[in-house]
Design a protein around this ligand. Structure first.
Ligand code: TGC
Ligand code: FAD
Length: 390
């Protein structure tokens, strides 16, 4: 009863299995106990709370759907989504850390790596002993990663890697980086770069107004000698990193619902308690309009995302379907954060409440993993057959 009141207007819990509910409730309880009490302070300090890494591993947030033989939690896609929802109810930056570790580092090693690489890295990533990051974006190539200039040359017994990535979540403290770079023919491959390799540095990006509790940085490669066994052998081409993004974007679709739920829940409680003109502001039509529209949008997003989860479990979800859910849900959440902030009046701009932090975080979420525009253009391409971004 002390848990956060998660809106479930259409009785969606009835669509979840006992295991899915158990996983979600464990994540919810952990976020409430370990994340919510400290996260505002860390966001204000612009610091990632490293002490929660063990807890994230314990709730299965590192590799929820990676098979147990590699240390993952071996869960289904809806359980994965529900974990992301609960973490992002706490903070989008913490969810970012889990998304990157699971879908952008463990996923490519699992799917595109060989057995040796899986055994070497996955159990340590699942337990949080190793933290990873994913380097796709470059200073001159964000929405268009296919243009990347980071490259490697075959030097016989090793590869020589040069280039730079920017806006990389977890980079400042990551032990390993999954880096996308072109070979001498211009073909994109994934390489595992380890901290400590000569010529590899990860300067931190400062002065962010968004995702402040997540560490963001650059990856600089200055003639880094990468052992040949660190190349991911089983997939190359732009489709390889984009395949990882499908998995992360799906998790973000769920995560955004969590941020929206927290804003709605906070605004509803506040509106019932806050009295102006001798009555609770919740008794005014204007505030009811805001709250009623919020629960409607959350409910629509929950149904869309649950269905997407079923399709993912069946291996039938398309990339375009994932783009639609990421785009819809993040916009839904950012709109709810803005309306909820207003319901709290002046209190809404303070760190006493989570809403302003969610609102600012969501400015990153609507931009990373494909901007809001790019996801619209992916839907446009899917329904018309014309790629408008080219
Ligand atoms: P295009 O020619 O369309 O495609 C190239 C190849 O990729 C295949 N493909 C996909 N494969 C798997 N999943 C997908 N979603 C795929 N989309 C496309 C495609 O079939 C093709 O394969 P092949 O075999 O024919 O070569 O590529 P394009 O250059 O025209 O670009 C398409 C576009 C614009 C949609 C794509 O570049 C894109 O999605 N851009 C956005 C970039 C982006 O999302 N970056 C994210 C960086 S990572 C990040 O932000 C992490 S934040 C994490 C956190 O902190 O939580
Ligand atoms: P640009 O691509 O330059 O876009 C600028 C504007 O132009 C946007 O509004 C965009 O929608 C629009 N635009 C671009 N192309 C078109 C077009 N064809 N038609 C119409 N409009 C267009 N990347 C990683 O690789 N790993 C990470 O871990 C990671 N973490 C991140 C963490 C944070 C906090 C942030 C902010 C970003 C992160 N990113 C990461 C990078 C992120 O994926 C990129 O910022 C994003 O893909 C957009 O690229 P860009 O910033 O270069 O914007």
């Amino acid at each position: 009863p002390d848990l956060f009141q998660a809106p479930d207007y259409y009785l969606l819990d009835e669509l979840l299995t006992d295991e899915q509910k158990m996983v979600r409730d464990a994540a919810r309880e952990w976020v409430k106990r370990e994340v919510s009490p400290i996260i505002e302070d860390y966001a204000q300090k612009a610091e990632f709370p490293k002490q929660i890494i063990q807890g994230l591993a314990d709730i299965g947030a590192f590799g929820p759907y990676i098979p147990e033989e590699y240390g993952g939690a071996g869960l289904d896609q809806i359980s994965y989504g529900l974990i992301m929802q609960e973490i992002e109810r706490g903070d989008s930056g913490v969810r970012s850390t889990a998304s990157v570790q699971s879908s952008l580092v463990m996923y490519p090693i699992w799917k595109y790596g060989n057995e040796e690489q899986r055994n070497k890295y996955l159990p340590k990533l699942a337990s949080g002993e190793f933290m990873g990051c994913f380097g796709l974006t470059e200073p001159d190539y964000g929405s268009n990663p296919g243009g990347m200039v980071t490259n490697f040359k075959d030097k016989g017994d090793h590869y020589l890697l040069n280039g730079a990535k920017m806006w990389i979540s977890n980079a400042p403290f990551a032990d390993i980086a999954v880096v996308w770079a072109k070979d001498e023919t211009g073909r994109i491959h994934g390489l595992i770069v380890e901290r400590g390799m000569e010529g590899f540095s990860t300067p931190e990006t400062h002065n962010k107004w968004s995702l402040r509790a997540s560490a963001t940085g650059e990856l600089i490669f200055d003639n880094v000698k990468v052992p040949k066994e660190n190349l991911l052998p089983n997939k190359s081409g732009l489709g390889a990193p984009l395949g990882c993004l499908d998995s992360a974007r799906y998790g973000i679709a769920w995560g955004a619902i969590g941020a929206a739920m927290d804003c709605y829940d906070t605004a509803l409680r506040y509106a019932k308690e806050r009295v102006q003109f001798d009555k609770p502001i919740a008794a005014t039509q204007l505030q009811q309009k805001k709250l009623a529209e919020m629960i409607t949008e959350i409910t629509k997003a929950q149904l869309l995302t649950w269905r997407l989860g079923v399709l993912r479990n069946e291996g039938r979800a398309t990339s375009a379907q994932i783009s639609m859910a990421k785009r819809n849900n993040v916009e839904m959440a950012i709109n709810i954060a803005r309306e909820a902030r207003q319901i709290l009046g002046g209190m809404g701009i303070t760190g006493e409440y989570s809403i302003m932090r969610h609102m600012m975080n969501l400015e990153s979420v609507i931009t990373y993993e494909g901007t809001h525009d790019i996801h619209l253009l992916i839907t446009g391409l899917d329904i018309t057959g014309h790629a408008a971004f080219k």
